[in-house]
Structure formats: C-alpha cells, structure tokens
Design a protein around this ligand. Structure first.
Ligand code: ADP
Ligand code: MG
Length: 311
C-alpha cells in the first residue's frame, strides 16, 4: 500500500527526539515550541530549491538533501549564529520511497553532524520544491552583518573559490583530469559554521558566497557604502581551477560562479591576528564605491552580475 502523508513524515523525518535544550517540542503538534535563552537573538533564514532552477531532476537525492540543508546553515554561519533547529517544507510530485530514503538520509546526516534538530515542516503534493527554514542563536549584538565594513579593512575568504563552479561545468560536460574535488564542492558544500562562530567580535562584516565572490562582496560594499580592490593573483584556487583557467582563459569564473559557500568577510588590520586558520586575504576595502580588480597587474572590469531570479 502506498505510504500516506503522516506515515511518510514519521518514517523519514521524525527520526530523532530533539537533542538541543532550546527545542522544547518537535514534530507532531500544530507548532514546534522553542525556548530562546536570555541575552541571545534568534537568527532565522529560509531558502528554497526548485527542480530545474537550483538542481537537475536526476541529481542524487542524498546530495540534494545535504545541499538543501547546507545552504541554509551557510546563511547562519555568515551571521556568526550557532544553528540549533530547522523546519522542512516538501512539495513532492509523488511518493517515491527510494528517493525519500536517500534524500532524508542526506538531510539527516548533515543535521546530526551539526546537532541541528528537525522540529517541523509541511508535506504537500505538487512540483518538486524544497524549502528549509533554519534557526540559530547569537549573543545579543554579536551577529555579523553586511553593513558594517569600513574603508581600510582587509577582505578575506575562508577557502578556495571556483571549485563548485568547476563542478557545475563538469556536470555540464567539461572534462577534467581530477574532477572529484570540484564535484564534491558542487554537490556537497560544507557550511562554515565553526569559522562563522570564530569570526564573532573579529570580522567587521560577513556574507556567505552563494552567487560568486564578485556579487556577494558587492552586497557588503553596497550595504556598507564602501568599495573594494581585489588582486586576482591573491585568490585561493585549487590546482584544477588553475588548470581550467589556463585551458580556457576564463579567469573570471572563480569570481562569478556560484555555490562555493565559503564565507567572505572584512576585518580591520589590528584584528587580523585573531583570525581562524586557513583564511585568505584577497583585497581591501576602500572609501570609493565599486569593485575593482587587477589581473596580471592590469585593471579589469568584471561586468558580470550574480544570479538573479526574474532578470
Ligand atoms: P498541520 O496540518 O497542523 O499543519 P501537518 O499535518 O502539516 O500539521 O504536520 C504534522 C506534523 O508534522 C507537524 O508537527 C509538522 O510540523 C510536521 N511535519 C510535516 N511535514 C514535515 C516534514 N516534511 N518534515 C518535518 N516535519 C514535518
Ligand atoms: Mg501543515
């Protein structure tokens, strides 16, 4: 017999009792109940993934479950928030138990890794659409914002750029000697939670790189009313991305391709010694608005915007 809505929730998503003390009541009632400790703020974010817009119909559902959660946790990381709960709204064209088992395994193993409880959601029939809402805690006033970068600050990223962009190109048919790292970056991004927590009280502004460094740093610049200069030679690039750039001449790719989910942050020179390990300086903040880049010592224009729906 086909599994119905409530069996489905029980079987695939109501697997664990809440682990976090803040989650007083999880799946099973009309609402979940949360207790926010005094002196903390609730950080709340939501992201949707739609078939054929954010993922290909034939993608491994375990990777999809991982990525759906990872992109939401990445937004909490960018604010310096500690994740503790998520909700999941699923719209499914049909009940496919093989798909659901793999999807929920991917989702639940990442949630267990970060000790995040799935505390509720919604399940409906319709075109495949996946929405997560993620909740995190941050001490009052400690959240990392986009609007607080200052001229003179340095611009850093938490890891290599363009691996996910190369992964997408490989999925689309580009051939590459060692595709594993790029494909893993594209399918299984790791939310930079510990780095976000370590940047509280250290970074002056922060964002996660979902749409490429140029577009996402652009958001910091716009919100902070400043500009920046980047030097292409300072970008951390994997050997495979360097090979891709050498073969194709497409040096803009690591700046404009999305899905890396590293953090981009700014920091004043006198706080640099407090940074966590493995952060890479890529440029500096300046008073003059706009994003400037030099490549081989020449000023270049990027002239490419990040991805925008409806445009
Ligand atoms: P209601 O009709 O009151 O909105 P539902 O029947 O939609 O309740 O859901 C029953 C319970 O299961 C609720 O606690 C809800 O949060 C939870 N739930 C529904 N779908 C999911 C899902 N995909 N993942 C996790 N929890 C879910
Ligand atoms: Mg409901």
């Amino acid at each position: 017999m086909a599994v119905g809505e409530f069996d489905l929730i029980k079987r695939y998503f109501d697997r664990h009792k809440p682990q976090q003390p803040f989650n007083t009541l999880g799946i099973g009632d009309d609402c979940a109940l949360l207790s926010i400790p005094p002196d903390y703020q609730l950080a709340l974010t939501t992201d949707t993934m739609v078939e054929n817009v954010h993922f290909f119909a034939d993608v491994n559902p375990a990777w999809l479950g991982h990525k759906l959660l990872a992109v939401n946790l990445s937004d909490l990381a960018a604010m310096g928030a500690q994740p503790f709960a998520v909700t999941l709204a699923l719209t499914l064209p049909r009940v496919d138990e093989v798909w659901l088992q793999a999807f929920s395994d991917g989702f639940m193993s990442l949630s267990s890794l970060f000790q995040v409880d799935l505390i509720g959601g919604d399940t409906t029939a319709g075109p495949l659409t996946l929405t997560v809402q993620a909740l995190g805690l941050v001490p009052k006033g400690a959240a990392l914002l986009r609007s607080t970068a200052r001229a003179g600050d340095l611009v850093y990223v938490t890891g290599p750029l363009g691996n996910a962009g190369l992964g997408l190109k490989i999925v689309q048919g580009h051939t590459c000697n060692r595709p594993e790292q790029a494909l893993t970056s594209f399918h299984l991004p790791q939310p930079r939670i510990s780095q976000g927590l370590a940047l509280r009280g250290v970074a002056s502004a922060c964002i996660d790189i979902s749409d490429g460094l140029a577009a996402d740093l652009g958001h910091i610049l716009e919100k902070s009313g400043v500009g920046a200069s980047l030097c292409w030679e300072n970008l951390p690039l994997s050997a495979e991305v360097q090979n891709y750039v050498a073969q194709t001449g497409d040096w803009r790719m690591p700046l404009t391709a999305g899905d890396d989910y590293e953090l981009c942050f700014t920091v004043s020179a006198d706080s640099v010694h407090k940074l966590p390990a493995n952060c890479y300086c890529v440029g500096q903040i300046e008073a003059e608005p706009g994003l400037r880049i030099t490549h081989n010592g020449q000023p270049e224009s990027l002239g490419v915007k990040g991805f925008e729906h409806f445009s």
